[in-house]
Design a protein around this ligand. Structure first.
Ligand code: SF4
Length: 221
């Protein structure tokens, strides 16, 4: 995919959704951090249900520590891997109080030093809570980047680096959300909705599929 096509692809995604954002419910950087940690291998809908129970009771490092490990587990027990996630959140709350004055740090290394927070989570926090033009590559973005030819790569880090290089600056802040939403609702893993896809004419996978169909038709003629 060349630069003009990439620009066109983001112009189309922007036209369809001018102000994209996360589907996780949150009101503060700390709430977002907890929601993102909970969202590993869980749906945003499931996380929102759990945080709707948790946040009215406890939505700061101190109040979650007061709730305690068992209280936290009880609030999030509907989410997969809740035991490990609860332990990580409790440890994270302690570190935030001890090292960061109970605030979520706006710093990649400090974020990645928190239990349960990897590169992807740090990217989401930096982008969505602090407005930095990072791109967190999850399974949806990895798939869309490879299928479309936008930023092909063998692993998530390779795709992230390529996206940061090739996504035009004006789209970088929101690229993360546009690509996730496109992957979640249109370019789905098992049955991509190519006939209604707004970027089908720009997509490498679609181009390959149509030239394959044309070749088969001429072979069968
Ligand atoms: S045309 Fe199909 S494969 Fe390409 S981006 Fe759209 S949905 Fe995905």
């Amino acid at each position: 995919m060349n630069n003009d096509t990439r620009r066109l692809l983001f112009e189309r995604l922007r036209a369809a959704n001018p102000a994209p954002t996360t589907e996780l419910n949150y009101a503060t950087p700390f709430e977002l951090l907890v929601a993102v940690v909970l969202s590993a291998q869980a749906t945003d809908k499931g996380v929102n249900k759990a945080t709707a129970r948790l946040f009215p009771m406890a939505n700061t490092p101190r109040t979650i520590l007061e709730l305690g490990l068992d209280g936290l587990k009880e609030s999030i027990r509907t989410i997969g891997l809740y035991n490990t996630k609860a332990e990580n959140i409790i440890k994270t709350c302690r570190l935030l109080i001890e090292r960061h004055g109970s605030e979520v740090p706006r710093d990649r290394a400090a974020l990645e030093a928190l239990p349960g927070v990897g590169r992807k989570t740090a990217n989401v926090i930096l982008n969505t809570a602090f407005g930095e033009p990072t791109i967190a590559v999850d399974t949806h973005i990895f798939r869309v980047s490879n299928r479309t030819g936008l930023a092909p790569g063998k692993n998530v880090l390779e795709v992230e680096r390529r996206l940061l290089k090739v996504v035009p600056r004006e789209f970088r802040q929101d690229a993360h959300h546009w690509l996730i939403l496109h992957g979640r609702y249109v370019c789905t893993a098992r049955a991509p909705k190519c006939p209604v896809c707004p970027v089908a004419d720009l997509c490498d996978a679609q181009r390959r599929a149509s030239s394959h169909r044309t070749r088969n038709r001429s072979l069968n003629a």
